[in-house]
Ligand binder design. Structure first.
Ligand code: ADP
Ligand code: MG
Length: 211
């Protein structure tokens, strides 16, 4: 059993920001093939803004307020479609841990699942439409199953990461029907979806910092 407090959530966002920064060029390249080449820039701007905003909050801030601050700064910083998607994820994560100062393992998994659900609700994408949902949804499902089976947080997040990786890989064979890349139709086949790729990077950073 581990416990997650505000300081650890801050470290989680620092870890995501660093991982996205390191991955920025690859994400832009992937988006250059089936989109408008800005995905790495958008995500780096968003998580950079989150990191800066969270640097200003004090240690007594509750996880819900921290996540809502993250949502607001991400939304303000990102003009691309990933802006409202991740802002909704963090807002839903915030609602899932409302009133808790310390998150138990089950709370962290509830937060994680709420984030994925928020992305799906906001973007209205179903599985198989070649979006970040194809990484987030299987990851959330795997984390929930592992948690229910009594696995540790670390094992549950390992399962989430593995599911996100195969979900993202599977987007190569899909035709995009949501977002900018849907204009390509069948020409989108054969290419990894950038939003699914960044989801894997984010989920890996979450696993590394929370587990
Ligand atoms: P934009 O398309 O506005 O340039 P980004 O490049 O930041 O935005 O993000 C593109 C990614 O957003 C896509 O690769 C896809 O994963 C994701 N995306 C686009 N539309 C949706 C949607 N409706 N639901 C979920 N994810 C989506
Ligand atoms: Mg783009």
């Amino acid at each position: 059993m581990t416990s997650t407090d505000t300081a650890k959530l801050k470290r989680m966002f620092d870890a995501i920001a660093a991982a996205i920064d390191a991955d920025k060029d690859r994400l832009c390249r992937l988006d250059g093939v089936i989109g408008d080449a800005d995905h790495g820039i958008a995500m780096a701007l968003g998580f950079g803004a989150v990191r800066d905003a969270l640097d200003q909050i004090d240690a007594s801030t509750e996880p819900t307020a921290l996540l809502n601050t993250a949502a607001k700064s991400f939304l303000n910083a990102v003009g691309a479609s990933s802006g409202p998607l991740y802002a909704t994820a963090f807002m839903r994560g915030a609602a899932a841990v409302k009133g808790k100062a310390i998150l138990e393992d089950a709370d962290v998994i509830a937060m994680f699942r709420a984030m994925a659900q928020g992305i799906q609700d906001r973007g209205k994408a179903e599985l198989g439409e070649k979006t970040m949902v194809d990484a987030w949804l299987p990851a959330a499902q795997a984390a929930g199953v592992a948690q229910q089976a009594g696995k540790s947080l670390s094992e549950s997040l390992d399962a989430a990461l593995a599911a996100a990786e195969s979900g993202a890989e599977a987007t190569k064979d899909m035709i995009a029907t949501k977002g900018r890349s849907s204009r390509l139709g069948e020409r989108s086949i054969g290419h990894l979806d950038p939003g699914a790729a960044s989801a894997v990077t984010i989920i890996r950073a979450m696993r590394n910092s929370l587990a």
